[in-house]
Ligand binder design. Structure first.
Ligand code: COI
Length: 355
């Protein structure tokens, strides 16, 4: 383990702030970054001095393994500001654990908790002016790690860079989305890296998703690679299906990301007295429920997406429009979740952590 994991963070402040150039009400998700970033290099088995410095491009050797073999993992988290200007994180320990789980799967070093958490806390304090108050506002946090070691041999790198970026965020999707159910392409397979937040899992979706976009759908709901009969996740979010008054969602697996919003919604729903069934959901039962009217809602859940209603789905060239449901589970669960995250309601689960 590192010789330097308890080192003080070195802080180099930006000469000026870009904050006044940002239109916070119209920011596109993931396109604007705060004045500073956090960085810590791992060189030949040791974590180096953690540093906060002005956000800027950096140099890498063209043979760095991340470019050739995609050795890269990331997380998605959010910070919120309450009415007293205190800053809050939502279940950061879950993101930290999942980050290192992803790192292990990709043969990368685990990031020590002090580096991850202290780096994040100090960065948030420094750039706290970028966190806007009020429901719908947040600061999206993108911790990530890349293999920086040079050489195109297909083996794990010796050197890595761990960084944290901050980006003011509103909704990921602007309104309801239409989805296509995958019949041929797959996001993940058993024994693969589907449960890791590995960069390549996202790149692998770009081509099939762009085909879906051309056909008028914003997202794909992936099905299991072996039979394409079970509904899995949507890549940017886990998915929930309401059939009659029961909420169904697929169990997490080697192929499905263990979403933190997903598991929080399951607990909130249960507390609200909603029946939740975590079990494989078949495409055939979804189609049958859409046909007989018992399918009331589909929604996605993720850190970036929060809770996003799905307007309808297409399967085998047939489009099934969902009914407009009053008192939808999606809006109830979104309200309960975001009120906890923004400290507008009591957090009886103990999920929020003050920075
Ligand atoms: C997140 O929700 O944080 C994600 O990582 C999804 C990403 C595609 C924006």
């Amino acid at each position: 383990m590192s010789t330097s994991q308890n080192q003080q963070i070195q802080i180099l402040k930006a000469a000026s702030s870009k904050i006044n150039e940002v239109d916070f009400d119209n920011v596109t998700f993931g396109s604007v970054f705060t004045d500073h970033l956090f960085e810590c290099d791992y060189i030949q088995g040791a974590w180096q001095t953690p540093t906060i410095k002005p956000y800027a491009p950096f140099l890498l050797d063209p043979s760095a393994r991340v470019f050739h073999y995609g050795q890269a993992v990331f997380e998605g988290m959010k910070a919120y500001k309450d009415t007293n200007d205190s800053i809050w994180l939502f279940r950061p320990d879950e993101n930290y654990k999942r980050f290192n789980k992803s790192a292990v799967r990709m043969a990368m070093p685990e990031v020590p908790e002090t580096i991850f958490m202290e780096g994040l806390n100090e960065l948030l304090k420094l750039d706290q002016a970028w966190i806007k108050k009020g429901l719908g506002n947040s600061l999206y946090i993108r911790p990530f790690m890349i293999a920086t070691g040079s050489g195109v041999m297909a083996s794990p790198s010796d050197n890595y860079k761990f960084m944290i970026l901050l980006s003011p965020a509103k909704a990921y999707y602007s309104g309801e989305v239409k989805v296509l159910i995958a019949e041929h392409y797959s996001r993940a397979a058993n024994g693969g890296i589907g449960a890791a937040k590995a960069a390549g899992n996202y790149a692998a979706q770009f081509y099939p998703t762009s085909l879906a976009n051309q056909a008028g759908f914003q997202q794909v709901i992936w099905t299991d690679d072996a039979t394409h009969t079970m509904l899995e996740e949507a890549g940017t979010m886990n998915v929930f299906f309401r059939i009659n008054d029961t909420l169904f969602t697929a169990p997490t697996s080697e192929r499905i990301l263990d979403g933190i919003t997903r598991k929080s919604l399951i607990e909130i729903a249960q507390k609200e007295g909603i029946a939740v069934s975590v079990r494989p959901v078949l495409v055939s039962e979804l189609v049958a429920a859409a046909k007989d009217g018992s399918l009331k809602e589909i929604f996605g859940a993720g850190t970036a997406a929060v809770v996003n209603p799905i307007a309808g789905f297409s399967y085998q060239e047939v489009y099934y429009e969902l009914p407009k449901t009053e008192n939808s589970y999606a809006s109830l669960l979104k309200e309960k979740l975001t009120n906890i995250q923004n400290k507008l309601a009591e957090d009886s689960f103990g999920w929020t952590v003050k920075v």
